[in-house]
Design a protein. Structure first.
Lengths: 459, 257
């Protein structure tokens, strides 16, 4: 590794690093990524392969290593055997070949672009881009497709050789569900080749290839493939993987000052393209400071994987500062770093504001819902209150009636007592009167009638 | 201490949206809907724990109820810690097609709930139903199937009782009959809501890349974990795992509440 401290017109470097992801350390799986870099005789090559993580791909680490090594060999041979004139003054890129017409729906009817959903629109745009490119640089397309075919054919051959030497056991065969052995070795492939006259890059699957110019302006040099979505990726192990490659070349003498290839462990952990660019500029900064890039990557990647998506992490790249004024480059890096810090701070503040706004919106919803609930409860309470009032009134009326009846009973009791008393007095009086009358009657000898009247009163 | 540093810790985590799609038609009234309300509410703290322990992924919840029409509980997915479950009531028809249409609208980065793919995990979708769609659900599902978010999602369906059309649920779950679970009583419904939600969220929050035509999927990984858990739990013998499994047909009991 060579570092720079001032103007230098001869130094460039290639580097690569792969580390086992945090999840693979925890599950005791091997690192399924593989990376290679090469820089000799005016030929620069960087390759990254990411073996898939699902159970079916139980030899994806070996598949990735084989794919990377074959690609290095094939690219070296390609650079040596294909005349540079093939690519001179030409600039071309093409995405993956579409597998179906996006403007025909599942019922076989034509559909308009405006009527497609977001996913279908992306696929339609990709299809249009493919059709546009397909008509250009046909000779070069044939040449590159032959290269890709050679890589794929050799990969299939070598994994078969490996499988013969290390046959699948019964459980592994079960996991494959009778599918081709390629599945067990499935991986992505990202590659970059640079000669003194042109550069060529190709890609199948997820991960990212970024290049930057002298202004540290980054771009994806190979078109994206919208079928690589979330954790689903195209792969060397697909049934017909060659049309799934997308690629680009440039023979117009426009060389990037840096190209970085990474597996999805890097871009997935860094999450945004801005962070990825920031990270790559830090690597360029390490190069300027004369640091050992691979050592620095080796000590940092485990932390990145742990705090990120826990996947294996791979990077391969090259930095060529031959034509750069290094002081100016440092200033640009510093400026961009500060700019990104400001951008990050801005995003962070915006995110905080947005989060508070979201919370307000959600609270508003809860507020409205509670207001409705409160209204319902208030109505219910009012009805209950009115009910209580009615019941209280009824109770008061009943109390009044009870009290009135009680008074009436008391009055009647008093009257009854009086009447009883009057009756007793009257009886006493009558008895006396009757006794007197009887005595008188005795005296007048009318005894029978007088006794009868007296008995009646006694009863 | 190395020189490299990326501000990963300052970034928002990736979003994992868990979609609950809930049949609130009249037939769900009573024990079914009330136990579903309780079970999802009881599951949220566990999802919150999974979310808080994951440095890379934040779980958000979106709940869509469908009956004679369909409604989101909140207008956007909420972080699980902010999500308050509002009890659902059951009445009306079973407009599953309307729910598929609504889901299709929201599975969009530009005009829906989703963020850019780099900042997202494959979503989890759990469908609960006890009946038969009363609209043209198949037609709407065909459209939904064209959506990348739907394609990548882990999809599980829970059939609540014998009257459910399990073929409809199977089609929702990528025609994977294994991903249809049938429950026959309230206790099993509660347990399965917890088990399915938690297991699917755990698997979905892992960042493992697989091929487009992979013979196994994240959904199958979830189902394997769920099947193991069901086997271990002796109280779950009345759960039928698989759209074609009818071992416990006729044992519906929705009264024990």
């Amino acid at each position: 590794m060579i570092g720079l401290t001032g103007n230098n017109s001869s130094v460039r470097t290639v580097f690569n690093k792969s580390v086992r992801g945090a999840s693979h350390i925890a599950s005791e799986k091997p690192c399924q990524d593989y990376s290679i870099s090469y820089d000799e005789c005016g030929i620069t090559i960087a390759v990254v392969c990411d073996g898939h993580g699902g159970n079916t791909y139980f030899r994806s680490d070996i598949g990735a290593k084989i794919a990377a090594e074959i690609t290095l060999d094939q690219l070296r041979g390609f650079a040596q055997s294909i005349p540079s004139e093939m690519f001179l003054n030409k600039d071309f890129s093409i995405t993956a070949k579409p597998k179906r017409n996006p403007f025909i729906d599942s019922d076989g009817k034509r559909v308009r672009f405006e009527d497609l959903n977001e996913t279908q629109q992306r696929y339609a745009l990709q299809t249009k881009a493919y059709i546009k490119s397909e008509e250009l640089c046909k000779e070069q397309q044939v040449c590159i497709e032959e290269l890709l075919n050679n890589i794929y054919t050799e990969w299939c051959h070598q994994i078969r050789t490996h499988e013969k030497a290390h046959p699948f056991n019964k459980r592994e065969k079960e996991v494959l569900h009778g599918l081709g052995i390629e599945k067990a070795y499935g991986c992505t492939l990202l590659a970059f080749l640079k000669t003194k006259d042109y550069w060529l890059s190709f890609h199948i699957g997820d991960g990212t290839i970024l290049s930057c110019d002298k202004q540290l302006s980054w771009e994806k040099i190979v078109p994206e493939d919208c079928t690589c979505f979330l954790n689903y990726t195209t792969s060397l192990c697909d049934n017909n993987p060659l049309p799934e490659f997308r690629y680009a070349f440039n023979g117009k003498g426009s060389f990037p000052i840096a190209v970085m290839l990474c597996s999805d462990g890097v871009d997935g952990s860094l999450r945004t393209i801005e962070n990825l660019q920031d990270f790559y500029e830090q690597i360029i900064g390490l190069f300027l400071d004369g640091d050992n890039i691979e050592n620095e990557l080796g000590s940092y990647f485990p932390t990145l994987s742990e705090t990120g998506n826990k996947d294996d992490i791979s990077i391969a790249g090259y930095i060529d500062l031959e034509s750069m004024e290094l002081g100016s480059l440092r200033r640009i890096i510093e400026l961009k770093r500060k700019n990104r810090e400001v951008q990050n701070e801005y995003r962070s503040r915006k995110s905080e504001i947005s989060s508070i706004s979201d919370k307000i919106d959600n609270l508003k919803i809860k507020y409205d819902r509670l207001k409705d609930l409160r209204f319902d409860k208030q109505t219910e309470l009012e009805e209950l209150k009115q009910g209580v009032e009615r019941k209280e009134q009824e109770l008061a009326d009943i109390n009044k009636s009870v009290s009135s009846i009680k008074d009436e009973i008391e009055n009647l009791r008093m009257i009854l007592n009086e009447k009883n008393k009057e009756l007793e007095d009257w009886k006493f009086t009558i008895k006396n009167e009757m006794a007197e009358t009887e005595a008188e009657l005795k005296n007048t000898n009318n005894t029978d009638e007088a006794t009868s009247s007296f008995d009646y009163i006694e009863c | 201490m190395g020189k490299l540093n990326a501000p990963v810790d300052k970034l928002p985590r990736k979003n994992l949206t868990v979609f609950f799609l809930i049949d609130t038609s009249g037939s769900m009234a009573g024990g079914k809907i009330s136990s579903l309300n309780v079970a999802i509410r009881d599951t949220l703290p566990m999802l919150e724990q999974i979310s808080s322990e994951n440095t890379d992924t934040e779980i958000k919840i979106a709940a869509l109820q469908f009956a004679s029409g369909c409604d989101w509980m909140y207008p956007r997915p909420l972080p699980v810690e902010d999500f308050e479950w509002n009890d659902l009531e059951a009445t009306g028809l079973t407009s599953l097609g309307a729910a598929y249409q609504e889901l299709q609208k929201k599975l969009s980065q530009t005009s829906g709930f989703m963020q850019e793919a780099n900042a997202s995990c494959a979503p989890v979708m759990i469908l609960f139903s006890d009946g038969v769609p009363t609209d043209d659900a198949k037609h709407d599902l065909d459209h939904l199937k064209e959506n990348n978010w739907y394609k990548a999602a882990i999809k599980i369906a829970v059939a609540i009782g014998d009257d459910t059309n399990k073929d409809v649920l199977k089609e929702f779950a990528n025609n994977n009959g294994e991903a249809v679970l049938t429950v026959h009583n309230i206790n099993d419904l509660k347990k399965m809501i917890y088990l399915v939600s938690v297991t699917a969220s755990q698997v979905a929050s892992k960042g493992v890349s697989i091929g487009l035509d992979a013979p196994e999927s994240r959904q199958e990984e979830v189902m394997q974990d769920i099947k193991k858990a069901i086997k271990k739990d002796s109280s779950l013998t009345k759960v039928d795992v698989g759209a074609d499994v009818e071992d416990n047909k006729g044992s519906d009991d929705w009264t024990n509440w």
